[in-house]
Design a protein. Structure first.
Length: 389
C-alpha cells in the first residue's frame, strides 16, 4: 500500500512555509487520504513540507502539526500538551486561579483540541475529526502526566457536524461533580461542566474581570450577557453599590445568583432574564459601569455584515443611554473581527450616538489562550474600555 498524502497546487506552499496551520481545499491539487487521517503534505514537486490531518468535508482541508517531514507521533503530542501546561505555570496564570484553559487549539499547536482545567477536573473538546482520532492518546497523556481528579468530554461544537462527527457528552475518567467550585483572584465561582455553556466557564474574561473590579468602587454596574455573573461578582467584590446581570438564560442567572451568595454579595445583585437587544431598547441605563460581552455575533464568513450590524446596534444603544461620566467595557469574541475592525465599529457607534467617547484601554485574551504568531486567527477576544463624558 502506498502512503496516503496530499499534494498542493503549484505555487500554493507559501502559507505553509510561513507555518500557517491551515490548508484550504482550494490550494490542493490531489488527495489520497481518509477523513481524519494524519498525512504528509507535499509541495507540487512531491517534497514533504508538513504533516497534519485531512478532512474532505471542511473548507480548511488540512490542519498542520509539524512543518517538516517529521510525522507527529504520540511523543510529539505529549510534548505539546506538557508545553501547554508549562506555559500556564510559567506565565503565572496558575498563581491567581485554579481554573484556566490548558490547551488552546492552534494557539498551542494542537489544532482542534480544547482542554480546560477546573480545580483539578479536566474538560476536553475535540473539534475536528483529525483530533478526534487522537482522543485515546490525549486522554491517556492527561491522565498520566497531570493526574486530574476527572476528565469529562464536551464535544458538541457546531463545527463537529461539518466535520462529520456526532455531539458527545461523556465521562472519560473519574467522576465529575455537578458543580465544581473554582477560585479566581479570590472570588469563588461554581462551574457546571456538564450543563453549563461551552465547557462551563469563561476563563478568557479573567483579566477583564480584574479590570472591572479595579474601577467598581461606589459604582452602579450593568452586566449585559452576564452568564454566571463573573463581571457582576468582580464589580461587587470591588465595592460596587449594585450590579444588574442581564442574560437570556434563566439557568445561567440561577448560577449567577448562587455565585453571588457564595461571595456574600447577593444583597446588592439583581438578575434579569431578558434578551439584551430588547432590554436596552426598552430600559433606561442609569448605571455608570456597563459591560457588554455578547456571544460571537459572527459565526461564519457569510454572516460578517449582519454580525457587524449587531455589534454596532448594541454599542449605539449603550452609548446613547449611558449617563455622563460612565465606563463601558465592550467586547467581541468573534474571530472574524480583529481589534482594528472592532475599534472601527465602536467608533461608528460613538459617532452615531453623538457622544464624547474616549478609549481608556484595549485588551486581548489572557496568556492561557495563547495566540499563534503564525495563525492570527487564534486571537479572538477583543475588549475596548471607553469613557463617555
Ligand atoms: N460575560 C460572561 C460570558 C458571556 S457568554 C462571563 O464573563 O462569564 C454570552 C452570554 O450571552 C451567555 O450567557 C448567553 O446565555 C447570553 N446570551 C446570548 N444571546 C443573548 C441575548 N440575545 N440576550 C441575552 N443574553 C444572551
Amino acid at each position: 500500500m502506498t502512503m496516503q498524502k496530499v499534494i498542493l497546487k503549484q505555487g500554493k506552499e507559501k502559507s505553509v512555509l510561513q507555518r500557517h496551520p491551515w490548508v484550504f481545499s482550494g490550494a490542493i491539487a490531489t488527495v489520497d487520504a481518509d477523513d481524519g487521517a494524519m498525512v504528509p503534505l507535499c509541495s507540487y514537486d512531491g517534497t514533504v513540507i508538513a504533516w497534519g490531518y485531512y478532512n474532505s468535508r471542511t473548507q480548511i482541508a488540512m490542519r498542520l502539526l509539524t512543518f517538516s517531514d517529521r510525522k507527529p507521533d504520540d511523543d510529539l503530542i505529549a510534548r505539546r500538551l506538557m508545553n501547554a501546561y508549562a506555559l500556564r505555570v510559567a506565565s503565572g496564570v496558575v498563581n491567581s486561579t485554579n481554573a484556566f484553559r490548558m490547551v488552546h487549539s492552534e494557539g498551542d499547536m494542537l489544532p482542534g483540541l480544547i482542554a480546560d482545567w477546573y480545580n483539578g477536573h479536566c474538560v476536553v473538546q475535540f473539534l475536528t475529526s483529525g483530533m478526534d482520532r487522537l482522543k485515546e492518546t490525549i486522554v491517556q497523556i492527561i491522565q498520566e502526566k497531570l493526574q486530574p481528579l476527572s476528565i469529562y468530554e464536551r464535544s458538541e461544537h457546531e463545527g463537529r457536524k461539518m466535520e462529520g462527527l456526532p455531539s458527545i457528552h461523556a465521562q472519560l475518567y473519574g467522576q465529575t461533580p455537578d458543580f465544581i467550585a473554582i477560585n479566581e483572584h479570590g472570588m469563588e465561582f461554581l462551574v457546571d461542566v456538564i450543563k453549563g455553556q461551552k465547557t462551563g466557564f469563561y476563563c478568557d474574561q479573567r483579566d477583564n474581570r480584574v479590570l472591572i473590579q479595579s474601577i467598581a468602587k461606589g459604582k452602579n454596574v450593568l452586566n449585559l450577557f452576564a452568564y454566571s455573573g463573573g463581571f457582576s461578582i468582580a464589580a461587587l467584590m470591588g465595592g460596587a453599590t449594585k450590579a444588574v446581570s442581564v442574560d437570556s438564560s434563566g439557568y445561567a442567572l440561577s448560577i449567577a445568583q448562587k455565585n453571588c451568595e457564595l461571595n456574600n454579595v447577593a444583597k446588592r445583585h439583581v438578575g434579569v432574564k431578558a434578551d439584551v437587544f430588547e432590554y436596552i431598547n426598552t430600559n433606561d441605563i442609569p448605571q455608570n459601569v456597563i459591560i457588554c460581552d455578547p456571544p460571537a455575533l459572527i459565526k461564519s464568513r457569510s454572516s460578517i455584515q449582519q454580525g457587524l450590524r449587531g455589534y454596532k446596534e448594541l454599542n449605539v444603544k449603550i452609548f446613547k443611554k449611558a449617563p455622563p461620566l460612565s465606563f463601558v467595557l465592550t467586547c467581541s469574541c468573534s474571530r472574524f473581527v480583529d481589534m482594528k475592525l472592532f475599534q472601527k465599529i465602536v467608533f461608528s457607534a460613538a459617532r452615531d450616538a453623538n457622544r464624547e467617547v474616549t478609549i481608556t484601554g484595549k485588551y486581548l485574551q489572557p496568556a492561557d489562550h495563547p495566540v499563534s504568531i503564525y495563525c492570527p486567527e487564534t486571537e479572538y477576544l477583543k475588549a475596548i474600555m471607553v469613557f463617555i463624558s
